[in-house]
Design a binder for this molecule. Sequence first.
Ligand SMILES: [Zn+2]
Length: 509
Amino acid sequence: MTQPNLGRAYDKLVGYQQKTARFSGISALLGWDQQVMMPPGAAEERALQMAALSSLHHERNTSLELVKLVDQSLNESQKGWLSEDEVFNVQEIKNDLENEQKTPARWVEEFSQVTGQAFSQWIEAKKNNNFKSFAPVLKRIITLCQERADFLKTDQKNRYDVLIQEYDPGSSCDQIDPVFSDLQKNLYPKFGHYADAFAKISDPFSNQRLSVPMADQFEFCKKVAQDLHFSFDYGRLDPAPHPFMTTLSATEFRITMRGSAEDFREMLYAVIHETGHALYEMGLERRYYGLPMGQVKSLSLHESQSRFWENNIGRSLEFMSGLIERLKIYAPQVAERLSASSLFQAVNRVERSLIRVEADELTYHAHVNLRYDLEKALIHGDLSVQDLPGAWREKMKQFVGIVPTTDAEGCLQDVHWSGGAFGYFPTYSLGSMMAAQWWEKIQMEVPNVREDVLGWNWDSILGFLRGHIHSQGRRYSSQELCKKLTGRPVDPAGFIKMTCQKLDQSLTV
Ligand SMILES: [Zn+2]
């Protein structure tokens, strides 16, 4: 059937969605500015600006105009006027629309109001180590999340499964539980061995001999990001209190960084991590900006990119000489004190610790596992908020082998629950498992790829990631893409084997 001359509703739908994406980009810019540049006196008015944009966003995502355009585009797709990618875009936009419509406006408003308050209450509670002051608002947030799960439920087995969809569509407890059971059985029992082995070796960073002034660290980290193909024609790196990456448009990506003069590892690895996120966003198909084929499917896939660069590449022995060469430009005396093998050992140290964001590559997953178990129990009503601190300590003892003495170092340490982000945590571990699977696959497909790492030549690796992952947009769920690329679902075996091999190697260099 021939298409009408007047243009397709699909093209109008594209224009509509891209305009919505531009509003999101403006929100992201305000958010970036809030954390990087904004003077403190502007905070209240800035929060109002961002709330105004987010209500505009909700209006656009549920408007009659959008409903009409989606209906007409579906009609065109049945007539065969749309390409395969276009049909996919319309289907996904329709699913997003239905989800938005299922959530009542009064819920959206209350959720944003409650989580807004909860954020400042969480900061205070953490500062004063006072869980009791945070408990009532946390309880309210859990009830709101349970309500949301009931609004959005389709064929999922339980409320937590519904909540995961927001962060890892297609995932479920039935897929995630075995991943963590495997880690409990085959990884956590190794913590003692590695922690003891590293405790016997002194950390070269411990006596400030490797201090690098912050200004030089910024330049060093910028150089590393640039040489990993982060383009400064389309991006920036700036200091801020928290490291993050944000996308402002199809052509603008910003990373923030923080660190300490005594230990450049913190900033360096946060920057490599965020660069991995940015490379993913930079690799999305620009022609599909604002549309499902130009978006990231899940946070676990996103995390599979950041952790791939941070851990599989950035903590490998082959990566080290190039790193030292670059450090030489900004801190020659410090670079002189390091060899590839001493730096390799220093960036792979294992230590039992209380704080998730400071944990090493190995023990990190025990921290995630604990949060996954506890938030599932909270959402399903099997754990009450008042029992959370005790349950946290028990799990820490069981999984990590040490116990916090304060709630500030226990169940108050993360921001996620204050924002109602239940279902987010497991994506960190799933991302690491997938990153190991990608690395295994790349090593099979690209001969001598370790020499490419040695020479800091990223064409083959980036080509693989762009071709198989970045360009796929929202086409596949993380589990589907993992099976398609590696023949296996998300599976910790590769991660455990590769990480332990690397640690053994770093202990013997
Ligand atoms: Zn990340």
